[in-house]
Design a protein around this ligand. Structure first.
Ligand SMILES: [Zn+2]
Length: 233
């Protein structure tokens, strides 16, 4: 599952962030023939449940379910997304190698500080990727549009994507992350976290509500900082 080029590239701080926020959109565009990639900045080694190895397998399963053309993990430190020059360079290199037209990052005002740090880093990396004098060994790349998706907190939704026919794929992709969403019981080593307490039901309820504004069964919401171009003909 590797490729030198993707049409759409979505970044998350942890494997499962992108699936929570926009896996229906990913499934829809992959099914339409676009090459879609996910890049996880960290291996989520600070997660209360599961292990890095388990999480890697779960991400691979989810990638298969979504029809991804590419998935990578930059192995930056979980809870340590400081925005250092080295971290920024690693993300810019990924952008310049994959040359996505559209990049997705987490919404910048989420309750999880890593999601906000990821959001800031991707915005800076998209900017630097087009500067030909920054890391001149790789050719500069201009991303057409940076779009933000929601993980936990949803505010000021600017656009929605109809994912109704792809909702079952989203459910299956999220279910691949058993270590994150399985409730503790006598027979497993889980601890209770917000993710183990009905989280997926809440994601589904949110996606239903996002759909109601446009008479869709299910939708995912997004927001942009720079104006989007639309064609009216
Ligand atoms: Zn996360």
């Amino acid at each position: 599952m590797s490729s030198a080029y993707v049409d759409l590239l979505a970044f998350g701080a942890h494997p499962d962030d992108v699936e929570i926020g926009m896996s229906g959109t990913i499934a829809r565009h992959a099914a339409a023939g676009l090459k879609v990639g996910i890049c996880d900045l960290t291996e989520a080694e600070m997660s209360s449940n599961g292990t890095v190895d388990i999480r890697r397998e779960e991400a691979a399963d989810a990638s298969e379910i979504l029809g991804l053309a590419y998935r990578s993990c930059l192995k930056l430190p979980d809870r340590g997304l400081t925005g250092s020059p080295e971290q920024l360079a690693a993300i810019v290199a990924e952008l310049r190698r994959l040359k996505p037209r559209i990049v997705f990052a987490p919404y910048w005002d989420d309750r999880h500080p890593d999601h906000n740090a990821c959001s800031r880093l991707i915005e800076e990396a998209v900017f630097n990727a087009k500067l030909r004098r920054y890391l001149p060994e790789l050719p500069a790349h201009q991303v057409e549009q940076l779009i933000f998706y929601y993980i936990n907190d949803v505010k000021d939704v600017g656009l929605v994507v109809d994912i109704s026919p792809y909702y079952d794929i989203k459910r299956r992709a999220l279910s691949a992350y058993k270590s994150q969403f399985t409730a503790p019981s006598g027979g497993n080593d889980q601890v209770a976290t917000p993710l183990t307490q009905g989280y997926l039901d809440n994601v589904e309820a949110r996606d239903r509500i996002l759909g109601t504004s446009k008479q869709m069964a299910y939708a995912e919401g997004f927001i942009v900082k720079r104006p989007l171009t639309i064609d009216l003909f």
